[in-house]
Design a protein around this ligand. Structure first.
Ligand SMILES: C[S@@+](CC[C@H](N)C(=O)[O-])C[C@H]1O[C@@H](n2cnc3c(N)ncnc32)[C@H](O)[C@@H]1O
Length: 450
């Protein structure tokens, strides 16, 4: 039997073998599946995100349907993959997400400051920590059980420092520190007991429920490591800056996607490409899956059914729809996309199939398109079926939801009637000119660690 501790290691697949490909394919060929799972800019590894798609998928559509200088938009930007990849490929970019976690990650990636300025800011925070008299932190047991007391004192100090201002007012350095820190809040320990993460050994991609964690801490005698948070952030930031950051800063909003797409913030007929993935139908709860990281960002008690933070997040995010309300939600988003797309613009919309337990999987993308396509003013250029190996599918390892993700996503490739965009496979350049061109000192720091 797989124990929770082994299982948590299985669930961590951020760093697969460099030579491996992911074993998936699509209905029109391997496309992005031909590239290594490690493909992409080093900054993509900032923080894992439940329901994320890989950078190579974003790259495929960016190369296939846009040119340098074009405007690329992701209205449900999650961990900011499209924002970063479009930027380093010379596109202008707009991201948007209603989750505070996704907003922080997307903004940090859309407009990263220099590596040295992040280190300077962190040193300032560390100096104030040394000067402060740290008492026993005022945190719930849900948080306390995850960390060593020394680690928790530093964490809560940094948290209070961050929360002095509203998220939307944070500067680029603060966003980068917060983004890097969310990425190391929890994760599996190495076999030798060391860890780049701050918590007891647990999955990195999502947070298990507090009750579940408490049970396993007791059952397996899990011990929290005495981690120096400032040092761990410095190591993490060095990893993020291994590749060169080029391009112009992107803009990120924290709005309802449909409202944003129909507002003056994005001009009519101004967007060349949308690459996005709306929340799937009741598959992932973006609050519970991230309750520890959301605590860091000031949303408390998301891990508890009746917690204040859980209510706030559930009220804001569209992850609890019935099919009828989901249909309406997607229609509003598609109408907004129609408004902003240029004459030859394209939207690639990734939607996972869903299945009720014991029932056959439904192609949600096909069903949605059949039901609302005619009301959107858009045309279906192509529907790409994307088959993922089951063990690589993040939402597959989370059982606590009503509908279940399956091993298939579908991508609706949409355009305007009369556009000159074409369907089918195109030759895509997989070169990464930014690779390993970040500051030498970041490389040097990591060499010392290995
Ligand atoms: C499938 S995830 C996107 C993942 C993203 N493609 C990635 O790779 O990280 C869907 C996102 O939609 C966000 N969301 C849910 N309802 C929203 C709304 N009404 N407006 C904007 N964002 C919303 C969630 O917070 C979540 O981050």
């Amino acid at each position: 039997m797989t124990t929770a501790v082994e299982w948590s290691e299985d669930a961590f697949f951020e760093a697969p073998e460099r030579s491996s490909i992911d074993g998936g394919t699509t209905s029109i060929g391997p496309l992005w599946h031909g590239a290594s799972p490690r493909w992409g800019h080093s900054m993509h590894t900032m923080c894992s995100y439940h329901g994320m798609f890989p950078a190579k998928l974003a790259h495929y559509f960016i190369q296939r349907y846009s040119q340098p200088g074009d405007l690329v938009v992701d209205p449900f930007s999650g961990r900011g993959t499209v924002a970063l990849q479009a930027r380093v490929e010379g596109r202008r970019v707009i991201g948007n997400d209603l989750s505070p976690l996704a907003y922080v990650l997307s903004r940090a990636k859309a407009a990263p400051p220099s590596w040295s300025s992040v280190l300077e800011k962190l040193a300032t925070v560390e100096r104030s920590y040394r000067r402060a008299t740290a008492g026993d932190p005022d945190v719930s047991n849900d948080i306390r059980m995850l960390y060593h007391p020394n680690t928790l004192r530093q964490l809560t100090f940094i948290r209070s420092h961050l929360l002095k201002g509203a998220l939307t007012a944070w500067g680029p350095q603060t966003l980068m520190i917060a983004g890097a820190l969310t990425g190391i809040m929890h994760g599996a320990h190495r076999r030798d007991g060391s860890s780049q993460y701050l918590s007891i050994s647990m999955p990195n991609t999502f947070s298990m429920s507090p009750t579940y964690v408490a049970k396993f801490i007791e059952q397996y005698g899990l011990v929290a490591p005495d981690q120096n948070v400032f040092e761990c952030i410095r190591d993490k930031v060095a990893r993020l800056y291994l590749d060169a950051i080029t391009g112009t800063d992107g803009v990120v909003f924290a709005e309802d996607a449909a409202v944003l797409l129909s507002s003056r913030a994005i001009k009519r007929r101004s967007v060349d490409l949308v690459v996005t993935s709306p929340p799937y139908l009741q598959v992932v709860n973006y609050g519970t899956a991230n309750w520890i990281r959301l605590w860091l960002l000031g949303v408390d008690e998301v891990g508890r059914d009746s917690g204040a933070g859980r209510k706030t997040i559930n009220a804001a995010l569209d992850h609890r729809h019935t099919y009828a309300t989901y249909r309406h939600f997607i229609l509003r988003a598609l109408v907004g996309i129609e408004r902003v797309l240029t004459k030859n613009g394209v939207a690639a919309i990734v939607i996972g199939d869903v299945a009720d337990p014991g029932k056959e999987a439904v192609s949600l993308a096909r069903k949605i398109w059949d039901d609302v396509g005619g009301e959107t003013g858009l045309e279906l250029l192509e529907l790409i079926e994307d088959d993922l190996p089951v063990d690589k599918k993040v939402s597959r390892i989370w059982g606590d939801t009503k509908g279940q993700a399956t091993d298939r996503d579908c991508i609706l490739v949409l355009t305007r009637p009369g556009s000159n965009a074409t369907a089918g496979v195109a030759i895509v350049d997989w070169d990464e000119p930014y690779k390993d061109a970040g500051p030498d000192a970041a490389h040097e720091r990591l060499r010392r660690l290995s």
